[in-house]
Design a protein around this ligand. Sequence first.
Ligand SMILES: Nc1ncnc2c1ncn2[C@@H]1O[C@H](COP(=O)(O)OP(=O)(O)OP(=O)(O)O)[C@@H](O)[C@H]1O
Length: 385
Amino acid sequence: MPSLNCASIESNVFLSNAKRISSAGLPTTGKDLRCVDVDAEYKVMRLLGEGTYGKVHLAQHRTTSTVVALKHMHKDETKLKDFQREFELSYYMSPHRNIVITFDVAFETKHSYCFVQEYAPCGDLFEAIPPQQGLPEDTVKDVMMQLVSAIEFMHSKDIVHRDIKPENVLVYDEALKLVKLTDFGLARKGGTLVKKKNSSIPYTPPEICDAVYNEGYTSDTSTDVWSFGVTLYCCMTGNFPWEKADIDDAYYNEFLGWQKRKTVKIPSQWRKFSPRLMRLFRRFLEVKPERRCRIEEIHKYADNKWVRRRTASRYATSEINGDRSDSGEPNLTKLNMMFKAAGASAGEGLEEKEFREQRLREWILSLPEGETSGSAHGNTLSVPS
Ligand SMILES: Nc1ncnc2c1ncn2[C@@H]1O[C@H](COP(=O)(O)OP(=O)(O)OP(=O)(O)O)[C@@H](O)[C@H]1O
């Protein structure tokens, strides 16, 4: 095996001398990394995005002119085996129409490991969701069905994604007719013992929120079902349902009361949804993972209306204006979509409160002067204390 010590830069292109599929059904290429001088092989055009562990660049291969996305992971933050796992899983999942294609190309540079993916020209789903408004119902359904197909494919192979969120869904056209799931950095085989390393984010299921740092738990497809449910809520509303699925979170607690049938009162921010969609949320956002439904259950609800016709516009208006619902309840949690980004990973090493405050400060600093509280554009921010 070639040395992984990148003392000298080889100018020849990437690997690919290994057979594509090992006997275990996975590409072996990730183990045969070669050092590559990226600038010699690619014209790097711009930064596409940044995650916790590295950067994604748009680049053009100098020989073939193919435009690709280069995913770099810093060596000081990524173990080689983690890089290999992500590369291999991404490659293994590539045949599905709604999963980003990863090419059989991986290499290392002096400071990073890198693999090559197809370029998604329209950013990610997070950027496509109008804040505090959400996407039209038909568009949400279209996007969700594509995502479900990708997740079903993964689950059929007993792979758990473990990081389903709008930022990890790449967009290929403005109308969202083609979206693809990406970022298999946390993906594991079902039943793998994993440790809680990251802070909880709105997409984290309660059983993982409850775990303490470094506590072990078993990866399970039910995690993806919960995160998918939260993603669906975000797409429908342009808001998060809660900051964290923890009983200390007032918004989660209110939902829990309804979910556990302690009250029939639906929390105000959920009232724009039809009874059928609420039924779906009840099944996806089931607190006990062993009772949560499988992802394919969504097919039973695909032909139903998801938004109550009569109340839809009333809710949309009151949400945008940041006022109160008729019942006098505070309007929904305007956490905004400011947790964008790696969320969990971005918050790694920070206490929840510190992380939240840091994001809040960043958000306030990014506002135009004088716009530090609610406005007609819906920039109201209320973080439950
Ligand atoms: N193939 C691609 N085409 C276009 N943009 C991309 C592509 N891959 C990633 N991006 C952009 O870069 C961002 C970060 O990518 P990615 O999620 O893969 O990084 P990460 O380090 O794994 O992030 P995280 O911190 O969530 O684990 C994405 O949200 C997206 O906006």
